[in-house]
Design a protein around this ligand. Structure first.
Ligand code: ADP
Ligand code: MG
Ligand code: MG
Length: 885
């Protein structure tokens, strides 16, 4: 296998390894590819990533083989260009560029103009006829080389340049003439010698190997390691090195350099987009030393800019560039991000790659390119990152608006919202009731805050992670949420909060950007999402190509409508506990919980029955005959318990009992570990009257709505937290009995299913037996993760970050399913369930149902559907389609 690959000139690009980014890196592969299709690429060579790995393993040693091949490869460049490296009369100069398999900030910066020294600079000046250009290039080279290879602070050099300009009374670099640059070169060399105790290397071969070593070493730099860890890039890939003949954009007014996209990367519009600078080199465009000019006349005019566009100033080079854009797009069948240089009127291509783009642009390009016949539907589906759709489904902040950022937290739930600060849920509800926009700001939220979260336009918490209560509920409701903004401290006594050093009062307006985690002062204008158009087209394609159905987790008619608007095909999880928190009901719920006996409980439940019935009826109506899985009561009862004295007092007088008595009952209900305590089906086993009431409410509502005409309702009654067949058998019998009673009373018999959640390891293991009682399984992967990992979701925030940082789990297992571990339980339960009951319906309803990687796993295991919160339905559909392709 070659250690070095040539490109450009007369090079042979036929070795398939030269197309392989794993071998030659992304930059190297694309340079060779461009050269092979006849585009003007300065000749060069690529040292493979394998050599980098070997070099690092062998203690920073170059192999003889490599030295020999680099020498030969240098010859290739020399012959192609017709100049010799180190030739004092007419020197070849090169750039040394790193290029890993994926683009990776943190790697070594490029060194340009390598091969200059005190002798060759004179040759360059003479042969080019531009002394100023030659000395400018030399000073650039010394500064870059000193910075990236010799490890000197670039500030030292910038300071020297500033002083030189000041001495002359210059404002800009362009005023420096040849002698000025030459003088500066003298100073730069003096700085190097002073700092390093040895002179700047004059030997060009030493320069070259120094730069190659620096690229290799940068793979193991701290910056690169951190980046790799954060982006899950393996440490053993290594980076390639590209050595390439220099072309000069700084050779006067017929020379230029620029970066461009073949389409607009922020809107996706089919229009060339880019920036360029006359008489400039390399990164001047991005470095912001001078303000770059527009590429096209249209863009310049739209911006009202004076400086001519490239289209106007260099029409021939521009026409050539436009031709190259089209060639590259047809070749790569994707939008390209390009670097180019014009040397005295001639265009040279220095880089191309598939360009990064906003979600909006990704969508538009994918749809447009199918229309243009550039790609097929399948490719279009695969092109759009499902998670990026999230940005499109919510109102977003106007990117042009000014932002006064107060603090930053976690981007817990996307979307943007502005409103008045409110510090508790009741205030949120009252003020929202008056038509105000409010942002609920809490240290953290709990189920008691639900009504306030619903009322608020957005939620901000000082504590809690991406899977905190606030984050999960906010995502479910489609409310923007910033969680864990630790700079926020709340004083409930004075009703004020401090964010960093700023003091705010309840009622002050703030804006949240749930996509970036930013908290801003005042109101920042937003723009509304567009659901028709390209989005609709892509969704249609996804529907056509996916196998799994996509349901939603919804518990209010409003959620149901949102989800259906996004194309949900049923409800995968309707939690019933949130209905219990409603203002009018909570006292009946509390009365039920605190009742001394069954009779007391039944009396309270009788008050709840009509309420639940109408909840379910509303949901059935909203879902119009689509399947609805309704889960019977799941959380530990103490979550409904009053905490404030006035609540106890009110309740006591309602019930005609003493406050002390109530408080004692509440204390009796205390649990040490409620998540593993008296909850789920255990409530149904011990207080069957609760599940009876809920089953009755479900069947009565189903009969009523079916009676209204339209599609018959087929309820799916789901029993939570089952561990044994027997539990399910008992509760199924209960549900069947109630169903029979209701059907008898109503004179109407409906189809319905009883099934269970699989959310305990024992249930997964015993799935074969449990399936005897269950018509469906829904994998409750939140609890299954919690119980399989032995990690409490509510407490994980304290340590899970460190676990992810250290790579113990690649991603937060509550966000992306732990496929290796928890995944086995899912797979095994699916297999065993199907072995018992071939037509058992299998779905997933945890947070993971909206996570693309987890969805791909569900496809692999053959689940029938995934269920996601309403705003995640489109994401799930796209991810399901991608998984099926
Ligand atoms: P990065 O990956 O950071 O973009 P590059 O290696 O692409 O680094 O190079 C940085 C800049 O130098 C780019 O503007 C590129 O076009 C320019 N450049 C690199 N090699 C050459 C060369 N041989 N001739 C002229 N400009 C070059
Ligand atoms: Mg580049
Ligand atoms: Mg659960």
């Amino acid at each position: 296998n070659n250690t070095v690959y040539l490109f450009g000139g007369q090079a042979d690009h036929s070795d398939p390894r030269q197309k392989d980014k794993a071998v030659v890196g992304g930059k190297g592969a694309n340079l060779a590819e461009m050269a092979s299709i006849g585009l003007p690429v300065p000749p060069g060579f690529t040292i493979t990533t394998e050599e980098c790995v070997r070099y690092l393993k062998e203690g920073a040693n170059f192999s003889d083989d490599l030295r020999e091949n680099v020498a030969k490869a240098l010859n290739h460049i020399e012959n192609a260009v017709g100049k010799r490296f180190g030739d004092a009369g007419d020197p070849l100069l090169v750039s040394v560029r790193s290029g890993a398999r994926v683009s990776m900030p943190g790697m070594m910066d490029t060194v340009l103009n390598l091969g200059l020294n005190d002798a060759t600079v004179e040759g360059l000046a003479a042969t080019s006829g531009h002394a100023r250009f030659a000395w400018d290039s030399y000073r650039r080279f010394i500064q870059m080389y000193a910075d990236v290879v010799l490890g000197l602070e670039h500030g030292l050099f910038e300071e020297a340049l500033e002083i030189a300009k000041e001495d002359k009374g210059f404002f800009s670099d362009t005023e420096m003439d040849s002698e000025d640059w030459q003088a500066l070169v003298g100073e730069y060399k003096a700085i190097v010698e002073r700092e390093l105790g040895r002179p700047f290397p004059q030997d060009v071969t030493e320069q070259l190997w120094g730069a190659i070593a620096a690229v290799f070493d940068s793979w193991d730099s701290e910056r690169a390691r951190v980046y790799r860890r954060l982006n899950a890039i393996p440490g053993d890939w290594g980076t390639a090195v590209n050595v390439q003949a220099m072309v000069f954009g700084n050779m006067g007014d017929t020379s230029a350099t620029g970066v461009a996209f073949t389409r607009d990367p922020s809107t996706g519009e089919r229009a060339y987009y880019g920036e360029w600078l006359v008489n400039a080199q390399g990164e001047d465009v991005v470095a912001g030393i001078r303000t770059p000019q527009y590429l096209t006349r249209t863009a310049r005019e739209a911006a009202g800019a004076q400086a001519p566009s490239m289209e106007e100033a260099m029409p021939d080079a521009y026409a050539e560039l436009a031709r190259v854009f089209d060639l590259l797009e047809t070749h790569y069948r994707d939008m390209q991000d390009i670097e180019f240089t014009v040397q005295q009127g001639k265009l040279w291509m220095l880089q191309t790659r598939s360009g990064k783009r906003t979600a909006k642009a990704a969508l538009r390009m994918a749809v447009d390119m199918v229309g243009e016949g550039l790609i097929d539907e399948e490719t279009a589906i695969l092109r759009v990152d499902p998670m990026a759709l999230d940005q499109l489904l919510h109102p977003t902040l106007d990117p042009h608006a000014a932002r006064d950022v107060l603090a930053r937290g976690l981007p817990a739930s996307p979307g943007a919202a502005s409103g008045a600060i409110v510090l508790d849920a009741d205030t949120a509800e009252t003020r929202a009731g008056r038509g105000e926009s409010v942002i609920l700001v809490r240290v953290e939220t709990s189920p008691e805050d639900i009504h306030g979260m619903h009322a608020a336009k957005g939620i901000l918490t000082a504590r809690g992670g991406m899977t905190s209560h606030a984050a999960v509920v906010a995502r479910g409701m489609g409310r923007p949420c910033v969680s864990g903004a630790s700079a926020v401290s709340i004083d409930l006594k004075t009703r004020t909060l401090r964010i960093g050093h700023r003091e705010l009062t309840e009622g002050d307006t703030i804006t949240l950007d749930g996509a970036s985690g930013e908290v801003m002062a005042g109101e920042v204008p937003t723009i509304e999402p567009e659901l028709a158009g390209d989005f609709g087209v892509l969704m249609d394609w996804a529907d056509k190509h996916r196998r799994m159905a996509v349901r939603t987790n919804a518990e209010t008619p409003a959620d149901c409508r949102t989800a259906r608007q996004f194309g949900a095909e049923g409800i995968g999880l309707c939690r019933t506990e949130h209905m219990f928190f409603d203002a009018g009901r909570i006292s009946a719920v509390r009365a039920m919980i605190l009742a001394d006996d069954e009779a007391g409980r039944r009396a309270a439940l009788a008050r709840l029955l009509p309420e639940q019935r109408s909840d379910f009826a509303d949901i059935f109506r909203a879902m119009a005959g689509l399947p609805c899985t309704i889960r019977l009561l799941d959380p530990p009862l103490h979550e409904f318990m009053p905490t404030r004295d006035e609540d106890f007092e009110g309740l006591a007088s309602d019930l005609g009992v003493g406050v002390d008595h109530l408080k004692r009952r509440a204390a009796e209900l205390h649990e040490f570990n409620p998540m593993l305590g008296h909850r789920g089906c255990r409530l149904g086993i011990t207080f069957p009257e609760i599940y009876e009431m809920q089953a009755r409410a479900i069947f009565e509502a189903a009969c009523a709505v079916t009676g209204e005409g339209g599609e018959p309702v087929v309820p799916e009654v789901m029993i939570p937290l089952v561990a044994t067949r027997k539990e399910l058998a008992i509760l199924r019998a209960l549900v069947d009995r109630v169903a029979g009673e209701v059907f008898g009373e109503q004179g109407l018999t409906l189809d319905y299913l009883v099934g269970t959640m699989i959310e305990l390891p024992r249930a997964a293991l015993m799935a074969g037996e449990i399936a005897e009682e269950a018509r469906f399984f829904s994998f409750g992967t939140n609890d299954l993760t919690q119980t399989a990992l032995g990690v409490s979701r509510d407490d994980a925030g304290r340590f899970l970050g460190a676990y992810v940082d250290q790579g113990i789990y690649a991603r937060d297992p509550f966000v992306s399913l732990d496929i290796d571990g928890v995944g086995q339980l899912v797979e095994l339960a699916a297999e065993r369930g199907r072995a018992t009951r071939a037509d058992i319906k299998l779905g997933i309803c945890g947070e993971h149902g909206g996570d693309p990687e987890s969805i791909a796993f569900c496809e692999k295991v053959g689940l029938d559907y995934v269920s996601a919160s309403p705003y995640r339905v489109p994401i799930a559909k796209l991810a399901a389609a991608q998984a099926a392709l």
